[in-house]
Each structure stands twice: as C-alpha cells, then as structure tokens.
Design a protein. Structure first.
Lengths: 81, 218
C-alpha cells in the first residue's frame, strides 16, 4: 500500500482540508469526509473513485473503516457542518 | 441534563487511579528485577532505564475518543465506553543504549510475560523500532503494556509528547501527516546508534589486537 503522503495530494487537489480534531479530510461544499484510516487502508484508485462519485443527497458521505451507528452519524454531521 | 461520556470517564479515571499507580510501580519493579542479569553486566557506555507511567486523564479519554469515527463518542454506544478497554492505561518502557541489548531484554521479559500479546512498533516504512506487548498483570482489571526501545527513540517520543501533545492532546490528530518527517528522525537516530555501536566494536577489537601485537613484540 502506498504511503499516506502519496495519497493525500488527491484530496488536497480536490479541495479537501485536513481537520485534526476529527482526523478526517473534509470538503464542506461536497459534503464528504474521509477518515485517515480509510485513506491509509485503501488504494489511490478507490479514493479517487469516491472523490469523483457525486453526493446525491442532503446527508454527508462519510468514508471510514469503522462501523457507525445512526446516532453517531447525526452527531458527526453536526460537527462537520 | 444527561452526563456527557467524558464526565463519566473522568469519574472512572479517578476511581481507577490509585490502583493504576500501584500497578505501575509493581510492574516497573518486576521488570527491573527480571532485567538484573543485563543491568549487572552493562559496560560503562551502556545504559538501561526502566520508566513507568499511568496515562493522564485527558490523554486516556482522547485515546478512547480516537477509536470512534470522527473522534466523537457515540451517544448510544452498543457497549459503554470504559478506560478499562485501553490496552496501555498503565505502561512500562525499557530504554536501552546502545540498542544491541534490546534482543536480550526482549528474551528475558518474554519469558516472564509469555502470554502477553505482541504488537511490534514499526515506522511508516515498516522498519522495526521496538517491541511492545500488552496484557494483564497480577490479575488487575486494568490493562498494561511494556515497550522495549532504544533510548534515543524513546526519549524523542517523550520530547515530542511534552512539546506538542501534552498541552493539547487533540493535536495528536496531526501525527499521521507528520509520518514522513517522523520517519526521517527515526532514521537519523538509528544511524547514530548504529555508527556508535560500530565505533565501539571497532575500538574494542582494535585494543584487543593491539594487546596481541604488544605480546608478540615482547
């Protein structure tokens, strides 16, 4: 798996900013967030695919390796706004 | 008003703290005792230091928070958050310089804690930096770990922690972006230690052959 540093440029270039409180790359305009673990564990192609995939709904698209309850997703969306 | 997860964890922390402090002291003493065969034969330039610590309150809570997506506690967790799930609530670190004693220290402690789970410390490039094991000690419900690393790397972690993360544990979230630079520090420290050991060995083998030569002369 390539280093993290070789993958984060994809997110930087797509207008994502790193939030160290959340340990996530966040793009408020696109309503998407990628956890650092997701970026670590997935190849560039998959990250690129998720960046390009349009967000169809009102809710955030949050990419993480860990399971998330509905209540947690609601809380997380509140702090990501 | 319902209590926040953090408030409940702070209460749990101070309930566990007296037991954790005693546990840290006991584990440190046990490790020092088991390492006497090594410390007794250290050369003048060598050092072996055993340090123990109990994770401080905010670091412990922050570590637990970092296990959840977005570093936010689930308001309705399937299982209640507890500091007893932290594998390093109490920790002992063995620092050796130069690092050639690490394997010997590891063998001795492995014999004492054979069922503790290994979790080797690697840098971003997969370079082995040290040994780490976690388990339970003397039937305590608090989980403990011990690490064996070179003094230079262990002291770098202490400085990094004190200078950056101690006052603001959330800034630890920047650590993944600093991996390349941190790996460069490790490589420099490892190179320093390797060269130090090489020079010591060279010097020792030089004195030995000089003595033989002196004997031949006489």
């Amino acid at each position: 798996m390539p280093r993290l540093s070789t993958k984060v440029h994809l997110l930087d270039d797509a207008g994502y900013a790193y939030n160290f409180d959340r340990m996530m790359y966040i793009n408020r305009a696109a309503k998407k967030a990628f956890s650092i673990e997701f970026i670590d564990d997935n190849p560039e192609t998959r990250i690129q695919e998720k960046i390009q995939q349009p967000n169809q709904g009102e809710n955030w698209d949050i990419y993480t390796n860990l399971p998330m309850s509905d209540a947690l997703k609601i809380e997380l969306e509140k702090v990501l706004q | 008003m319902p209590r926040k997860v953090e408030d409940r964890l702070r209460e749990e922390y101070f309930r566990l703290l007296p037991q954790a402090v005693k546990l840290a002291a006991r584990l440190k003493t046990e490790v020092e005792y088991r390492l006497l065969p090594v410390t007794d034969k250290l050369a003048a330039h060598e050092s072996l230091i055993v340090k123990a610590r109990v994770k401080d309150c905010e670091s412990a809570i922050d570590k637990l928070r970092r296990t959840a997506p977005g570093r936010i506690f689930d308001p309705n967790p399937s299982k209640e958050y507890s500091l007893l799930s932290l594998r390093d609530f109490v920790g002992v670190r063995v620092l050796t310089f130069p690092p050639q004693r690490i394997a010997e220290v590891n063998d001795l402690l492995r014999g004492e804690f054979p069922i503790w789970l290994p979790d080797p410390i690697l840098d971003e490039d997969g370079e082995h930096l040290g040994f780490k094991y976690d388990g339970t000690f003397q039937d305590s419900q608090i989980l403990t770990e011990y690490q064996i690393v070179s003094s230079l790397i262990g002291l770098f972690w202490e400085i990094e922690h004190a200078a950056i993360y101690k006052q603001a544990p959330n800034v630890r979230g920047l650590a993944p972006l600093m991996r390349t630079q941190t790996s460069a520090v490790y490589r420099s420290l490892l190179a320093f230690e390797t060269e130090f050991e090489r020079q010591i060995e060279k010097s020792e083998s030089g004195s030995s052959s000089a003595n033989v030569y002196a004997g031949d002369e006489s």
